[in-house]
Design a protein around this ligand. Structure first.
Ligand code: ATP
Ligand code: MG
Length: 563
C-alpha cells in the first residue's frame, strides 16, 4: 500500500517554522510511553506524530520509556511496546529510559535544594491535599516550607539512604502555593518507595515524579519539541520552571548552550466502541473477558496485528485522523476503511466456505476432476493466477441456499439455477434433509456448456456463489470478530465489563478453504471472495491446524445497523 503523504497540522507548521527561521537546526522528538501496559491505537497517533514528523523533516526521534512507577512497570510491557513501535515501521534514533537518568535527576534535585528551590516535607497525603487548595481557593504554605537548605539536603540524603518509611517524607519544589495554576503549588518531585524496579533493581528507594523527570529527560536527550497530550497543558509552566532552574552544562549528545525543549500539546483520539485506558485494558485481560493483550477484538497494537491489520493501514489511519488541539472520538468506520483499502489492493483472492453445505453434482462423472485457472487479484495482473480444483462434490455456504427463497434471493433454492463462480451453472434438483428438517445435502446437475461465464442459449443467470471442491478442501477454523462493545462509549460507563458484546467472537470450526491457502506464507492476507478479508492466526495456526481470523468484512455492515 502506498504511504499516505505526511498530513498537515499545526505542529508540523510550527516545527517547520522553527527550522525556517533558524530557531532550530533540526527537529528532535521522542515518543515517551510508560511501560505499564500494551500500546493501543491512541498511542499509534502519538507514535506517528513524533516519529512521522521527525521523518518528514529529516530530524530524529527517540523511543523513551518513562519508567518512574516501579510498582506498575515491567520488562514484558517494555519489550512489547518496543516491538510494536518497530512493527509500525519506525526507527528510533536512541532507545532511552528515564530510569537511566536517576543519578542525573538526583543531582538536579540536590541543586534545587541548595538553591532554596526545593524542600523536604512531612505532610501526609491528606494534609497535602488540604494545603493545596482548590481551583477557587489558594493553597497554604506547609510549615516545613522554610526549612534551611542544609537540613533539606541532610533529610533528602537520608531519604535516599532508606532511613525513612514510605510516605514519611517527600521532596517538593518551592514555587508558589498561591498560584492560580495548581500544578505550580509546590508539587512533589520525589517520594519514598521501597519497590523493585524492572531495570534499576533495588538501587533506589526514592523515585522522581513524572513532571520532574520528563522535562529533564527531554533536555538531557537534546529533544527540541516535546509533544504531549492536552491534559499536560497546565503542567507546561512546571516543565519550563524545572528547566529554567537547573544547570545543564551539556546534554547527553554533547551539545552546550542549546535551547531548552519546548512542550506542545495536542488532542487525544479515541475510537468508538472500544476502551483504551490501560487500567481498563488490564481489567479485561486479567479477568479473562478477552484472550490476552493480543485478543483480536482489542485495539491494542498487538491485537490489531493479530487481527490482520497492517502497519501501513494504521499509519494511514493516523494520517487520516490528523492532529489538532482538541480531543476527538473517531468512528470505527475510519479504521476499518483504512485496512479495507490496503487489503482491497493487496490481498490474494481465494474461496473459503465458513458454513459448509455438501453439494453433489449428479451428472458429473465420479472420480473425475478439472481445474479452473483464475486470477489472484481482479485488477493486479502481477499477482498472477492459480488453479482451483473442481469435482463432483463441492461445498457451498449454507447461507447461499434457501428452501423457500423470497423473490429477492438470487442464490440457490429448489429447482433454481446459479453459477458457481469461475465455473459452471448448476440447477438444484433434490434437497436432502435430516429428521429435524435441516438441509444436509443438495443434489444438482451442471450444464457443461456454461464454463467461463457463458451460456449456450444466452439465458441470464443472476446468482453467483462461491464454492470449494470437497475432495481438495482444506479444513480450517475461522474466527469472525465483531465489535467488543455495542456501546459507542463503553469507557464512560461505571460497569464497562457488563457492556461487552456477547457475540463479539464467532468461531466456525468446519470451514472449508481452497487448497492454495496451504502454499501461502503465514503473514499473507486473503480476501475470501464474497466473505471478507482474512489472515492466519499468529498464535494458534500451525501445520496441523489451519486457523484464520477475519480482519474485516468486505463492506461496513454497522452503518446499516446503527441508523
Ligand atoms: P493511560 O492509558 O494509563 O492513561 P497513557 O495513555 O497516558 O496512559 P503513556 O504510556 O503515558 O500512556 O502514553 C505515551 C504517549 O502516548 C503519551 O505522550 C500520551 O500522551 C500518548 N497517548 C496516549 N493515549 C493517547 C491517545 N488516545 N491519543 C493520542 N495520544 C495518546
Ligand atoms: Mg501517560
Amino acid at each position: 500500500m502506498s504511504k499516505a503523504p505526511y498530513p498537515n497540522h499545526f505542529i508540523r507548521a510550527m516545527t517547520s517554522n522553527d527550522l525556517k527561521n533558524g530557531k532550530h537546526d533540526y527537529i528532535y522528538t521522542r515518543f515517551p510511553p510508560e511501560p505499564n501496559g500494551y500500546l493501543h491505537l491512541g498511542h499509534a497517533k502519538s507514535i506517528c506524530l513524533n516519529f512521522g514528523l521527525a521523518e518528514h523533516l529529516g530530524g530524529k526521534c527517540n523511543l523513551r520509556f518513562d519508567d518512574t512507577n516501579p510498582e506498575k512497570e515491567s520488562l514484558e510491557y517494555m519489550e512489547a511496546i518496543r516491538d510494536s513501535v518497530a512493527w509500525l515501521g519506525f526507527e528510533w534514533e536512541k532507545l532511552c529510559y528515564a530510569s537511566d537518568y536517576y543519578d542525573h535527576l538526583y543531582g538536579f534535585a540536590l541543586e534545587l535544594i541548595d538553591k532554596g528551590l526545593a524542600y523536604v516535607d512531612n505532610l501526609n497525603a491528606e494534609q497535602m491535599r488540604e494545603y493545596r487548595g482548590t481551583l477557587t481557593e489558594v493553597g497554604k504554605d506547609s510549615p516545613n516550607r522554610d526549612r534551611a537548605p542544609a537540613e533539606n539536603r541532610d533529610l533528602f540524603e537520608r531519604m535516599r539512604a532508606g532511613e525513612f518509611g514510605e510516605g514519611a517524607y517527600t521532596l517538593r519544589a518551592k514555587i508558589d502555593m498561591g498560584s492560580p495554576n495548581i500544578s505550580m503549588r509546590d508539587p512533589i518531585i520525589y517520594r519514598i518507595r521501597f519497590a523493585h524496579h524492572y531495570r534499576a533493581g533495588d538501587k533506589w528507594c526514592i523515585y522522581p515524579m513524572y513532571d520532574f523527570t520528563h522535562c529533564i529527560s527531554d533536555a538531557l536527550e537534546g529533544i527540541t519539541h516535546s509533544l504531549c497530550t492536552l491534559e499536560f497543558q497546565d503542567n507546561r509552566a512546571l516543565y519550563d520552571w524545572f528547566l529554567a532552574n537547573i544547570t545543564l552544562e551539556e546534554n547527553l549528545i554533547g551539545e552546550k548552550g542549546k535551547l531548552m525543549p519546548r512542550q506542545i500539546e495536542f488532542g487525544r483520539s479515541n475510537l468508538e466502541y472500544t476502551v483504551a485506558s490501560k487500567r481498563k485494558l488490564i481489567q479485561l485481560v486479567t479477568q479473562g473477558h478477552v484472550n490476552g493483550w493480543d485478543d483480536p477484538r482489542l485495539t491494542t497494537l498487538v491485537g490489531l496485528r493479530r487481527r490482520g491489520y497492517t502497519p501501513a493501514s494504521i499509519r494511514n489511519f493516523c494520517a487520516e485522523i490528523g492532529v489538532t488541539k482538541k480531543d476527538s472520538t473517531i468512528d470505527m468506520a475510519v479504521l476499518e476503511n483504512a485496512i479495507r483499502q490496503d487489503l482491497e489492493a493487496s490481498a490474494t483472492r481465494v474461496f473459503g466456505v465458513l458454513k459448509p453445505l455438501k453439494l453433489v453434482i449428479t451428472n458429473y462423472a465420479e472420480g473425475e476432476s478439472e481445474t479452473f485457472t483464475v486470477k489472484n487479484h481482479p485488477k493486479d495482473e502481477t499477482m498472477g493466477t492459480r488453479e482451483i480444483p473442481f469435482g463432483r462434490e463441492i461445498y457451498i455456504d449454507q447461507d447461499d441456499f434457501m428452501l423457500e427463497p423470497p423473490a429477492d434471493f438470487f442464490r440457490l433454492g429448489p429447482g433454481r439455477e446459479v453459477r458457481l463462480r469461475y465455473g459452471y451453472a448448476i440447477t438444484c434438483n433434490e434437497v436432502i434433509q435430516d429428521q429435524h428438517g435441516n438441509v444436509v445435502e443438495l443434489h444438482c446437475t451442471y450444464d457443461p456448456l456454461t464454463a467461463k461465464g457463458k451460456t449456450s442459449d444466452g439465458r441470464k443467470i443472476k446468482g453467483i456463489i462461491h464454492w470449494v471442491s470437497a475432495a481438495h478442501a482444506v479444513d480450517a477454523q475461522v474466527r469472525v470478530y465483531d465489535r467488543l462493545y455495542n456501546e459507542p462509549n463503553p469507557g464512560a460507563a461505571e460497569d464497562f465489563i457488563s457492556l461487552i458484546n456477547p457475540e463479539s467472537l464467532q468461531t466456525f470450526d468446519n470451514a472449508k478453504l481452497e487448497p492454495s491457502v496451504l502454499d501461502a506464507s503465514t503473514d499473507d492476507r486473503f480476501q475470501f471472495e464474497r466473505v471478507g478479508y482474512f489472515c492466519f492466526d499468529s498464535v494458534d495456526h500451525c501445520e496441523n491446524k489451519v486457523v484464520m481470523n477475519r480482519t474485516v468484512s468486505l463492506r461496513d455492515t454497522w452503518a446499516k445497523r446503527t441508523v
